[in-house]
Design a protein around this ligand. Structure first.
Ligand code: NAD
Ligand code: ZN
Length: 366
């Protein structure tokens, strides 16, 4: 078991281990005392893990209201958010109660946004059940839902009060969902800890060799990868909680990635889109002379080796349209992330009119 302290304005802990779901009540009780808990989960995770969490909470003296929404990025929207927050209100939660997000990044982002906005903010706990949520979205306090115009356009910064990561829940993820998490961990390696790349790749090789099963060796590596990925994210978020500077490093792969995800109507999931985005952005950065380090070839071969499809079946024009809507595009310039050395990225500003050229330079040559 590992513990990481995240020293944001309101500090909190992430606990990483196997079998934590069964002990979740104890951790939450230490923080809140017995209270009313709104347990928010999606329609897939409801049947897998909500029963256990709900039971241990009830046994520990919590009042539990289970709130379920239909799974999938296409439901990370105002409608599901509205339904969740209405149910929280109907259950009568007060400021001394707690929201618990049990699920992947979609659940965490949306339940976190409900917690951020209900009564102008109540405490919430993240219990990530996907690899992606464990290494990335459960930490850092970005909460949001998507709007028609683009991803995460309606949201708030609201840090969780506790993150409980039980990686034994990954046993029910598909290899493709494990790849989603690998993309964000590989991103952490690129921006802050190149040694992390080796275990990230080994996890996917071992999963392939075992026919999809998570072996003891995979679990051991997962614990290391989650801890190190979150340590990279923590160091960035602690310096720039509200994303005005250095935190934008975490967007490596996301200028292209968010556009690809949206253009595919979410058929290409977040991590798979970010993987393509990292290759494109490394290629564009070098081609445009924004950095001296030509990282694209290595990123491409590492990601292809892990099993990613890196095809980008969209035109520069289409990608540009969405990239311009992306929240991080300021009026007259755009910040892009460029690889500077193995395990080190930097930020560059390019004029908005150069964004199209940047996107063209990043796309794979047919
Ligand atoms: N807030 C942040 O800082 C941040 C960072 C990265 C990504 N994100 C967001 O995270 C989202 C992607 O997260 P995700 O990949 O976890 O998606 P997700 O929450 O949709 O989960 C992927 C799928 O796995 C299912 N699932 C979850 N846990 C499971 C389990 N243990 N066993 C079987 N199935 C399970 C879900 O029902 C879903 O179908 C995107 O919306 C992205 O924008 C946010
Ligand atoms: Zn991401």
């Amino acid at each position: 078991m590992k513990k990481i302290s995240i020293e944001t304005g309101r500090p909190y802990e992430m606990v990483i281990g196997s079998g934590l779901l069964e002990n979740a009540a104890g951790y939450i009780l230490d923080m809140t005392g017995p209270c009313h808990a709104a347990l928010v989960t999606d329609s897939n995770v409801a049947g897998l893990y909500a029963g256990t969490v709900s039971e241990v909470l009830s046994d520990a003296g919590f009042d539990v209201t289970l709130i379920e929404f239909p799974a999938g990025e296409e439901n990370k929207d105002l409608e599901s958010y509205g339904a969740i927050i209405e149910q929280i209100a109907r259950a009568g939660l007060s400021r001394s109660d707690v929201v618990i997000a049990l699920g992947g990044g979609v659940t965490g982002d949306m339940a976190g946004f409900a917690a951020a906005t209900y009564l102008r903010g109540i405490r919430y706990v993240q219990i990530p059940t996907t690899y992606l949520a464990a290494v990335d979205s459960s930490v850092g306090g970005k909460t949001a839902v998507d709007l028609g115009k683009g991803k995460n356009l309606c949201g708030a910064f609201w840090q969780p009060s506790l993150v409980l990561c039980d990686y034994s829940t990954f046993r029910t993820l598909s290899p493709s969902e494990m790849l989603d998490g690998s993309a964000e961990s590989y991103k952490s390696a690129m921006i802050g800890d190149m040694e992390l790349a080796a275990p990230v790749k080994e996890i996917m090789t071992e999963i392939r060799e075992s026919g999809g099963e998570l072996t003891e060796s995979v679990y051991d590596k997962l614990e290391v990868v989650i801890e190190r990925s979150v340590t990279v994210k923590k160091s960035v978020v602690e310096k720039d909680e509200r994303d005005t500077g250095e935190r934008q490093l975490l967007n490596f792969g996301h200028t292209f990635g968010h556009s690809i995800e949206k253009l595919s109507d979410y058929a290409i999931p977040h991590g798979h889109a970010v993987a393509r985005g990292m290759v494109c952005e490394a290629r564009a950065a070098f081609a445009m002379g924004l950095c001296d380090f030509d990282a694209a070839g290595k990123i491409e071969s590492d990601l292809a080796g892990m099993g990613f499809d890196l095809d980008v079946p969209y035109s520069a024009e289409k990608i540009l349209e969405y990239a311009k809507n992306d929240k991080k595009v300021r009026t007259d310039d755009v910040t892009v992330v460029v690889p500077e050395a193995p395990g080190k990225c930097g930020l560059r500003k390019i004029p908005l009119e150069e964004l199209e050229g940047y996107i063209e330079a990043g796309l794979p040559k047919q």
